[in-house]
Design a protein around this ligand. Structure first.
Ligand SMILES: CC(C)(COP(=O)(O)OP(=O)(O)OC[C@H]1O[C@@H](n2cnc3c(N)ncnc32)[C@H](O)[C@@H]1OP(=O)(O)O)[C@@H](O)C(=O)NCCC(=O)NCCS
Length: 170
């Protein structure tokens, strides 16, 4: 899908994802969830993300389409924590075709998944993204998210040889 596309919000339909949408959703994700921009996330975009979310909670797997073309998608799930009466709604992947970003499609998908989560009894929505992904940070702030929690990601390269400290004998 290389041709440029313009979208009229009136023609956009938000609906549940079906198996026929898998290739389009996967390829949009490949374009927008690049290794560079999502390098610190512990999740990696691959075809199993699409099928796993679809299998676990298909009501929270949505696509936006216009004229039979998938423009973007939202994949989420709900989480209940041990010792917490609250149900959390975790929006894990929200991706919009690069050529139609900032056209309102992400907002449409977000509002629909938020409503669905609310209907499922969710009291708190959660998202995570890299701190330097400013479009996403601004997008979620605009939709009311706050209370940014900082996480520390650490890594250990196991392919490097460890150097043993030798204690010099006097
Ligand atoms: C983040 C994303 C989902 C937003 O979807 P969208 O359809 O472009 O967003 P909308 O048009 O509905 O909303 C626009 C708002 O989003 C924010 N935004 C979106 N793109 C932006 C950009 N390039 N720079 C700054 N703000 C941006 C702004 O708050 C903007 O509001 P404004 O126009 O009043 O400033 C989309 O840009 C995307 O797919 N990004 C790549 C994947 C990603 O980062 N996903 C989120 C984490 S999973």
């Amino acid at each position: 899908m290389s041709e440029m596309m313009t979208t009229n919000p009136d023609n956009i339909r938000i609906r549940e994802m079906t198996i026929d949408d898998f290739p389009a959703v996967f390829h949009i994700g490949e374009d927008v969830f690049t290794a560079e921009s999502f390098r610190t996330l512990y999740r990696t975009w691959d075809e199993y993300e699409v099928t796993t979310f679809f299998n676990s909670d298909s009501e929270l797997c949505l696509v936006a389409e216009a004229a039979g073309t998938v423009l973007g998608f939202a994949l989420g799930t709900t989480v209940t924590k041990h010792n917490s009466p609250w149900k959390y709604g975790y929006l894990v992947w929200l991706g919009i075709r690069t050529d139609i970003q900032q056209g309102g499609v992400g907002s449409g998908l977000f509002k629909e998944i938020k409503n669905r989560m609310k209907e499922q009894g969710v009291r708190m929505m959660i998202i995570d993204t890299s701190a330097d992904n400013l479009p996403a940070v601004r997008f979620f702030e605009k939709h009311g998210f706050g209370d940014v929690q900082e996480h520390v990601y650490m890594s250990l390269n196991l392919t490097r040889k460890s150097r043993k400290k030798t204690v010099k004998k006097p």
